[in-house]
Design a protein around this ligand. Structure first.
Ligand SMILES: [Zn+2]
Length: 468
């Protein structure tokens, strides 16, 4: 038994996912620290939803439609110049001025209830629905999305805006008497770089959240370093990470986080660095500062939490049959429902059920490699489907011949079973930066790496200051 597997058996799966409530003792006085850095990106002019939907002067109305007996009062610009005010008579609103009625999708709503609440006849709904392929998707709305109905003075629908989220919308503009034309709209948020760092006290998640990172970003960090660090088994107290990422703003309000731009992680004294780069083909990936891909062809473990409960062993006494049967895979004991990842990009060779395997998924990766995942509670993929590395393909269970919830994982090379725990290190890495793109890569990643180094350095200096 290797040193590594002894450690593996000692650790409880809770180590990685300790509940947020059980916060470890407060981190040192310099944590969490946040630096906001104006990104080198030029600030983009931002417009509100009203402007995006095309009628800047029209205030958004949240009320249910009220049939107006008269033309609405002019809501246009106030005239401040008195002389001009006298000289310019206030015109009646042009015939094209639209009134907007906003409807938010609530539980139980259908498109027809929304049209009804907006005071629109069912015929108009069918005209919109039949106008394009995109319009048919209106039949499947998500709770919380909004539809903005822009109607003319005869209450005729001139424009319907589906607001998918703060940034994305689809518009359907009336074109003639009985059809609509579709267009898509996307706002660009204002981005700033932000910096966070944390020292791990008991788990990546507890310390990371205490340092102001989101669950999603911590998963991203685990993903970036997934082939160098085994986040289920290798994390130790005192490990640390620093991360530079984008924060997105719309009208000065934070609306979410963009991608991680650069990150460094020190695990048991060894420091790994990664930087995001979008290549000339438009693909974004993480690389070492030297341009090597962070992504190996396969990640080491198909789940984030768990411990190895049974090793690859050609001469094992089977726990159910009590006979010597080779154990051709690695078993990971993990709570029922734990997500299982595809360890590499590939295609689903077979997703099915058998008496022995229970629910199972077999993946084909290129010509030579097959991975197998057995005893799942649920399969999340179908035979023939393409999968990406770290895509969830199922959840841990105990279907088939299994004594308790665990994942049985096999790795085959040219049809021969290999030890999953050791084979990955011997396999080739994913593609690195080509020599002809290296100059561009270096130029693009240098600022982010310099900033990461500068802020990490500042923290170290601050830590070494004498305390008063
Ligand atoms: Zn097994």
């Amino acid at each position: 038994m290797t040193n590594k597997t002894m450690q593996a058996n000692k650790l409880s799966p809770k180590k990685f996912l300790a509940p947020v409530g059980q916060l470890g003792k407060a981190l040192g006085r310099h944590f969490p620290r946040t630096h906001l850095i104006a990104a080198g990106v030029a600030a983009l002019a931002l417009v509100g939803i009203g402007a995006m939907s095309g009628d800047k002067s029209e205030p958004r109305r949240h009320a249910l439609p009220i049939k107006l007996a008269q033309a609405p009062a002019v809501a246009g610009d106030e005239i401040t110049n008195a002389a001009e005010a006298e000289a310019t008579p206030i015109d009646a609103p042009p015939a094209t001025e639209l009134r907007s009625v906003e409807q938010t999708v609530r539980s139980g709503d259908t498109l027809s209830t929304l049209f009804d609440r907006a005071g629109q006849p069912i015929e108009t709904m069918y005209q919109v629905l039949g106008s394009s392929k995109e319009a048919k998707k209106l039949a499947r709305l998500n709770i919380g999305e909004t539809l903005v109905f822009h109607v003319d003075q005869e209450d005729r629908l001139q424009k319907l805006v589906r607001q998918h989220n703060r940034l994305e919308s689809t518009e359907f503009n009336r074109k003639g008497d009985d059809t609509f034309e579709m267009s898509r709209h996307q706002l660009d948020p204002d981005s700033q770089l932000a910096y966070r760092e944390a020292v791990i006290e008991n788990s990546l998640f507890v310390s990371g959240i205490e340092a102001g990172l989101t669950n999603g970003m911590l998963m991203e960090i685990a993903d970036i370093f997934g082939s160098d660090i085994d986040f289920a088994l290798d994390i130790r107290k005192g490990d640390r990470f620093t991360v530079l990422f984008e924060e997105n703003f719309l009208d000065g309000e934070k609306i979410g986080n963009g991608p991680i731009m650069a990150v460094s992680f020190t695990n048991r004294g060894e420091t790994f660095e990664a930087v995001r780069y979008t290549d000339t083909a438009g693909d974004s990936n993480y690389y070492t500062p030297e341009g090597k891909s962070m992504r190996k062809a396969f990640i080491r473990t198909p789940l984030d939490i768990g411990r190895i409960s049974s090793h690859f062993n050609p001469r094992r006494l089977h726990p159910v049959f009590k006979t010597v049967r080779p154990h051709r895979g690695t078993d990971y004991a993990a709570p029922r429902g734990t997500p299982i990842y595809a360890t590499g990009d590939g295609r689903v060779l077979k997703a099915g059920y058998s008496k022995a395997n229970g629910n199972y998924v077999f993946l084909q990766h290129g010509e030579r490699y097959v991975t197998r995942y057995l005893h799942l509670t649920k399969r999340k993929v179908k035979t023939g489907q393409r999968v990406k590395q770290r895509q969830v393909i199922g959840t841990v269970g105990s279907t088939g011949y299994a004594t308790g919830p665990h994942l049985h994982y096999e790795f085959l090379v040219d049809g021969v079973h290999r030890n999953p725990a050791t084979i990955v290190r011997k396999l080739p890495k994913a593609k690195s930066i080509s020599s002809k793109e290296m100059d561009r890569f270096k130029a693009h990643v240098a600022p982010a790496l310099a900033q990461l180094a500068r802020y990490s350095g500042e923290t170290l200096l601050a830590q070494n200051e004498p305390t008063e």
